[in-house]
Design a protein around this ligand. Structure first.
Ligand code: KDG
Ligand code: MG
Length: 407
């Protein structure tokens, strides 16, 4: 089917999302997500100025060929901007293929391996008691796995707190803000001690069987990460996420040798070159690739198959900063792949639902997707155009000496 038009729609239903829309000569339209949090306009320019015209005239059915052309053609390759753009195009092409076939995408991949897929909910507490209380509420709602985060009081400066990034569409979402230069202070030693204390309390309060996840967000240096991963063993986390910087394989190897705490990592990766060694040396237990920053469904299916050989499970990154188009694409992948582990998910709020009709449903603490053809997401373009892009920025961190740290 000939591609006749490639367009982008930048919308802001509370968060900025970059939608790719591909139209074919027959009139079938496909949508994909190309959002890169805090860098949306750069990806938009890349698609509008470089990819759109190039794609016109190609056969939408040849997804693999188009993906390879975009990746290998033009010489420069990789990086979050390019791979987010490719993801938007790739998912839109899969959407078209599914609509043409009259089949949901998981069916085109080879069919379902499961009837539903597991998820976890993010819980943040400003005090230990509040955290425990909120976790109990979520367990009552049916969740059996929780990702917890908390505020750590600064013992040396009254009223100052170290905050971890957390996800919750109903509370203030701290991963983005309107300030261009939002500086935060971080003390990894105080945080590491607090993490051990909070986890011990939480495990004692919630019992043995609730799955617990914590995201360090690469904010420990290796000495502290070794200590933390080892000391957390008795509380048997489902996994510890990003204990150190994602690109330090030697440190990850040492963590794996010294501790039995399962490790999840990978949300910053854009191509297989970033994570091949981590997987084939079995240095991680869960791979956390973000479909929207990794070039879309085509490379994600290959990555999952590669990880399966080494018994590495998936825990794909999917916070509120990617759109329901990406969450739906993940749903199709998760229904199909055998080595699915768990899926991060944030329920779209009322504002997001003005733009996207998502086929992903929560039932009994797990997620399901219907059998609509293609991706199954409805995009309300008029609402998307009305909700205009608002510049938003990611904060940055300094330690007590003023030196920059991983945010
Ligand atoms: O834009 C940054 C977020 O995607 C990130 O902070 C969220 O680490 C994150 C997660 O695991 O959801
Ligand atoms: Mg994370």
């Amino acid at each position: 089917m000939e591609i006749t038009k490639v367009e982008t729609l930048l919308t802001s239903p509370g968060r900025n999302y970059l939608i790719v829309k591909i139209t074919t000569r027959s009139g079938i339209v496909g949508y994909g997500d190309a959002t890169l949090n805090g860098r949306e306009t750069v990806v938009k320019t890349f698609i509008d100025d470089y990819l759109a015209e190039w794609l016109e005239g190609f056969d939408s059915d040849r997804i693999e060929d188009i993906w390879r052309m975009l990746f290998k053609g033009g010489y420069w390759r990789g990086g979050p901007v390019m791979m987010s753009a490719l993801a938007g195009v790739d998912v839109a092409l899969w959407d078209i293929k599914g609509k043409r076939a009259g089949l949901p995408l998981y069916s085109l991949f080879g069919g379902k391996c499961r009837d539903r897929y597991g998820t976890y909910i993010h819980v943040h507490g400003t005090t230990d008691d509040e955290l425990i209380e909120k976790c109990r509420e979520k367990i009552k709602e049916g969740y059996i796995t929780l990702r917890y985060s908390f505020d750590t009081p600064d013992p040396f400066r009254k009223g100052n707190f170290f905050r971890q990034p957390y996800q919750n569409p109903l509370e203030k979402r701290i991963e983005v803000g309107t300030l261009k230069k939002e500086e935060q202070i971080w003390d990894e030693h105080v945080y590491a001690n607090d993490l051990l204390k909070v986890t011990e309390k939480l495990r004692a309060a919630l019992g043995d069987h609730i799955g617990l996840i914590h995201d360090v967000h690469g904010r420990l240096s290796s000495d502290q990460a070794y200590r933390v991963a080892k000391a957390l063993e008795p509380y048997h986390l489902l996994f510890l996420e990003d204990p150190v910087d994602s690109f330090n394989n030697k440190v990850l190897e040492n963590i794996k040798m010294q501790s039995a705490t399962p490790i999840a990592l990978g949300e910053l990766f854009n191509t297989i070159s970033d994570c091949r060694d981590l997987i084939d040396k079995r240095l991680i237990d869960y791979i956390r690739i973000d479909i929207s920053h990794y070039g879309g469904i085509t490379p994600l299916l290959k990555l999952a198959a590669f990880a399966e050989i080494f018994d590495v499970k998936t825990a794909f990154h999917a916070p509120s900063d990617i759109s329901p188009l990406a969450h739906a694409a993940l749903a199709h992948v998760n229904m199909h792949i055998p080595n699915f582990g768990i899926q991060e998910y944030v329920e779209p709020d009322a504002e997001i639902k003005k733009v996207f009709r998502s086929p992903v449903r929560m039932a009994d603490g797990a997620l399901q997707i219907g059998d609509e053809a293609g991706l199954g997401v409805g995009v309300l373009e008029e609402a998307a155009t009305e909700l205009r892009y608002k510049p938003m920025f990611l904060p940055y961190l300094r330690d007590r000496t003023g030196a920059i740290q991983n945010w």
